[in-house]
Design a protein around this ligand. Structure first.
Ligand SMILES: O=C(O)C(=O)C[C@H](O)[C@H](O)COP(=O)(O)O
Length: 207
């Protein structure tokens, strides 16, 4: 887990991907790698997610995780496809226990102190704070950091090139999730050059 956390903390941005067609996964991975952002949270919001993870895993430099996991069945499918981390939008005890028992890094979604305390039961070091902007953004993370000084956050939801630097300046935030460089429309229209450009700009911004 520590190694993966270090890698994510170094990259600082986790592109959150909703992919409708698995055939787009390879060119998308190439664009992200070329843009210097070799990481993806592939959300299980589409049927293509599992196959897309398999395709992206063919690129050894890609750090591929699965997002929006809502059941153990999905978590198993994601891991069988090669996902090296799991993300959930909220806290799910069965999914969390599956991940912990199988030593798979997991970032459960939280937005309240109670949910953070669930993570503490499992000694999980990083929470996805979701949906970040809608639940008070940075000021809520600062307030939550008071009682939980050792919890690290990966805020996601409403984060873009406009506000990411404010988030990353907070020492309890290891990275931010966001979709602004991998929007569904860009993927569906095969604008992989634009994805590469937006990824490279994002990398430059957080350097
Ligand atoms: O399904 C999930 O697990 C999600 O994470 C939902 C959102 O797509 C991401 O939070 C990205 O949000 P935006 O960067 O605001 O587009």
């Amino acid at each position: 887990m520590k190694n993966l956390l270090n890698q994510i903390a170094e990259i600082k941005i986790v592109p959150v991907i909703k992919i409708d067609n698995a055939a787009d996964a390879a060119p998308l991975a190439k664009a992200l790698i070329a843009g210097g952002l070799p990481v993806a949270e592939v959300t299980f919001r589409t049927e293509a997610a599992e196959e897309a993870i398999r395709e992206m895993k063919k690129f050894p430099e890609m750090l591929v995780g699965a997002g929006t996991i809502t059941s153990v069945e999905q978590a198993k499918k994601a891991c069988d496809a090669g996902a090296v981390f799991l993300v959930t939008a909220g806290f799910n005890r069965a999914v969390t226990e599956f991940a912990v028992e199988n030593n798979i890094p997991i970032f459960p979604g939280v937005c309240t102190p109670t949910e953070i305390m669930y993570l503490l039961e499992y000694n999980l070091p990083v929470a996805k704070f979701f949906p970040a902007e809608q639940y008070g953004g940075l000021s809520t993370i600062k307030a939550l950091s008071g009682p939980f000084p050792n919890m690290k956050f990966m805020p996601t939801g409403g984060i873009s090139d406009k506000n990411i630097l404010d988030y990353l300046a907070n020492p309890q935030i290891i990275a931010c999730g966001g979709s602004w460089m991998v929007k569904d429309s860009l993927i569906n229209n095969h604008q992989f050059d634009e994805i590469q450009r937006l990824a490279a700009d994002a990398v430059q911004l957080v350097k």
